[in-house]
Design a binder for this molecule. Structure first.
Ligand SMILES: Cc1ncc(COP(=O)(O)O)c(C=O)c1O
Length: 397
């Protein structure tokens, strides 16, 4: 929508004032900004990255790919797509390359969401589902976790049921494992949801699959409403290059391809991804290191009386008590970044700690032990009440 007063092309004497308005949906959206800058010199446990970065073989392949022809030419995708499809055991037409999962979410919205459509999400989950859905002009409904931090599937089923005067939910987004809780949704629940709502798209975001080992990827042929997302940003240590994958039945991928940019992914990201899938030993070693360090962090939390959610990912969501923001600030002063929610009354007592290398986790454990006096031990039965009550701010008016 653009209103322009005074037109210089017509040589008018009137003062030229141009007011360019955005689409209605954009008015109520806050610009999403990365939480901090200058992170690379710090212990980065705030964004669930692999802090060690990619495997040495991936770096070698990338260095070889930095050549004039490779950089000067537009990317070519078909043989890479075929190789990725073989690796993931799907057909090439069941896979889309995206600029990270973030871009995949935008693609889902560009393809399937009309203004006023509904997205269903758990109350505490990855914020980008709601963000892109709101940009598309959609409304968001939430299902609240229970006080044991489990997703009540009966509530999700009730919300999915279209009824008289109630529009069908357009899509349901589930991160599995979930961010920030690290928890998994049982496969039976996922199956129940996919079966109960064949007219609703269900995205299962498996950004942390390499840590959890749990996947519904083989189900894409069984459920025409299922979309699965994966990324190279997490276990593969390639967050800076931005490469994500979407998997679905051909009917869905064909629609999405229509809405997609011709060159959505850069050639270096592709070269790195191909090297990464051919380095399974490095991936296994990284995952096993993370599981060991996660265990070390959990032992430390046990000794501090800090309850934490059972994590299937490379981070732990824990309740540090009312002084959690102060604990996070003190950690930051020591160069350790964690994700906290100081401004939200329900989430203020919690933070999410990523799992870094052994050296980094040794530092974290020492730092947390040094802050013991600020940490309030809590009975784990009562730990998740605040998180269960939290509601994300509506980004749509
Ligand atoms: C559940 C989930 N999905 C997707 C992403 C983003 O992935 P990408 O870097 O591929 O955009 C994140 C990042 O934190 C995440 O937690």
């Amino acid at each position: 929508m653009a209103a322009i007063r005074g037109d210089p092309a017509q040589g008018s004497q009137a003062k030229t004032v141009a007011i360019i308005n955005p689409r209605r949906a954009i008015y109520n959206i806050q610009a999403e900004r990365p939480p901090s800058e200058e992170r690379t010199t710090k212990v980065r446990l705030d964004m669930n990255e692999n802090t060690a970065g990619p495997a040495p073989g991936v770096l070698r392949r990338l260095r070889n790919a930095v050549q004039a022809t490779q950089l000067g030419a537009y990317p070519e995708y078909e043989s890479a797509r075929a190789e990725l499809a073989r690796h993931f055991n799907v057909r090439a037409e069941e896979l889309l390359l995206t600029n990270g999962i973030d871009d995949a979410l935008k693609l889902i919205c560009d393809t399937f969401v009309d203004p006023g459509d509904s997205l269903l999400i758990p109350n505490l989950t990855f914020t980008m589902y709601q963000f892109f859905h709101s940009v598309a002009g959609g409304k968001t409904k939430v299902i609240h976790y229970d006080s044991k931090l489990r997703l009540p599937v009966h509530r999700a089923l009730a919300a999915l049921r279209a009824g008289p005067g109630r529009a069908r939910v357009r899509w349901l987004a589930l991160a599995n494992p979930n961010n920030p809780t690290g928890t998994l949704i049982p496969k039976d629940d996922l199956r129940g949801l996919l079966r109960a709502a064949p007219g609703t798209l269900i995205l299962v975001d498996e950004a942390y699959f390499d840590y959890s080992g749990e996947t519904v990827l083989p189900w894409i042929r069984r459920y025409p409403n299922l979309i699965v997302a994966r990324t190279f940003s997490k276990a593969h240590g390639l967050a800076g290059l931005r490469l994500g994958l979407l998997f679905a039945r051909r009917g869905l991928t064909d629609w999405m391809r229509r809405a997609q940019a011709v060159f959505p992914v850069n050639s270096l990201a592709l070269a790195a991804a191909l090297a990464a899938i051919n380095s399974p030993h490095d991936l296994r070693r990284h995952v096993s290191d993370v599981l060991e360090q996660r265990h070390r962090l959990c032992r430390c939390l046990d000794s501090l009386g800090v309850p934490y959610a059972p994590s299937a990912a490379n981070f732990v969501f824990a309740r540090f008590g009312p002084k959690a923001p102060e604990v996070a600030r003190r950690l930051a002063r020591q160069g350790i970044l964690v994700r906290h929610w100081s401004r939200d009354p329900h989430l203020r007592p919690y933070f999410r700690v990523g799992i870094g290398t052994a050296t980094e986790m040794r530092r974290v454990v020492r730092a947390l032990e040094g802050l013991r006096s600020l940490i309030e031990p809590q009975d784990s039965a009562l730990a998740w009440r605040g998180a269960a009550r939290y509601s994300p701010l509506p980004t749509h008016g």
